[in-house]
Design a protein around this ligand. Sequence first.
Ligand code: ATP
Length: 273
Amino acid sequence: MTLDEASVAFGSEKRRKTILSSLTMHVEPGEFVALLGPSGCGKSTVLNLVAGYLKPSTGSVLVNSKPITGPDPQRGMVFQQHTLFPWKTVQENIEFGPKMSGQSKATTEGIARTFLEMVGLSKFADHYPSQLSGGMQHRVEIARALANYPGVLLMDEPFGALDAQTRLVMQDGLLELWEQLKPTVLFVTHDIDEAVLLADRILIMGVSPGRVISEIKVDMERPRNVRALTDPRFGRFKGQCLDLLERESRKAFGLQDGDDEADDNNEMKPLRA
Ligand SMILES: Nc1ncnc2c1ncn2[C@@H]1O[C@H](COP(=O)(O)OP(=O)(O)OP(=O)(O)O)[C@@H](O)[C@H]1O
């Protein structure tokens, strides 16, 4: 997946606001990349570009070297908020994608069973989303996205609304699923621990305009699980992220307060002497 000098601007000609400016990034097939950056820097906009919900104003967005022309089940999206069909059972929600792609009843049922088992919800196949906890609904969301066997999985703060313990379980579960299916993952989060735990590489984004300012390669072994949180190297990666994010976050706050000076200088400066 490649974003090549992709820019996004919103608004009329007079009040045009550049959100992303000449953003270039490349994600290898099967790679797990996390996007970290201050609120409003354009992380979700990057996902929307790759999902095909949005077209770049200039530049290009390619998957498997082909330009993206619109949404495709091959690029599955999982959001923080629930998007399950409330009138369908868990099983029917997961069957939806394979059914729409014209697969037989037996195949769709088989796929749903496989993914229900993978996310540990086989016993809840006949339940409706409203009968599940938030964490369980998220597991169904992930199963529903994976049931299309997407080459690319786009995740927009998928665990942001969960309590700390459920979040750990979900992170472990996602790592397991990723090891089995190896989709390319672009994962947006505000949680540095989550980014370091899950990702092969972390791209740090800056504000005004949104762009990638740095990348951190998380060279801890795979397969990983939540035990990696206690690895001595974990703190080092976390510190690097904090250093890079601190200034950009302050700058983003300045911009929200209408502080024009915050816009003046995009250069990175060391935060700690
Ligand atoms: N359709 C739109 N029209 C106008 N402005 C938009 C639109 N979508 C997003 N924006 C603006 O683009 C900027 C980036 O938004 P985006 O949601 O991508 O940021 P983000 O980094 O994901 O933020 P957060 O971390 O708070 O979710 C914001 O200033 C937002 O107001």
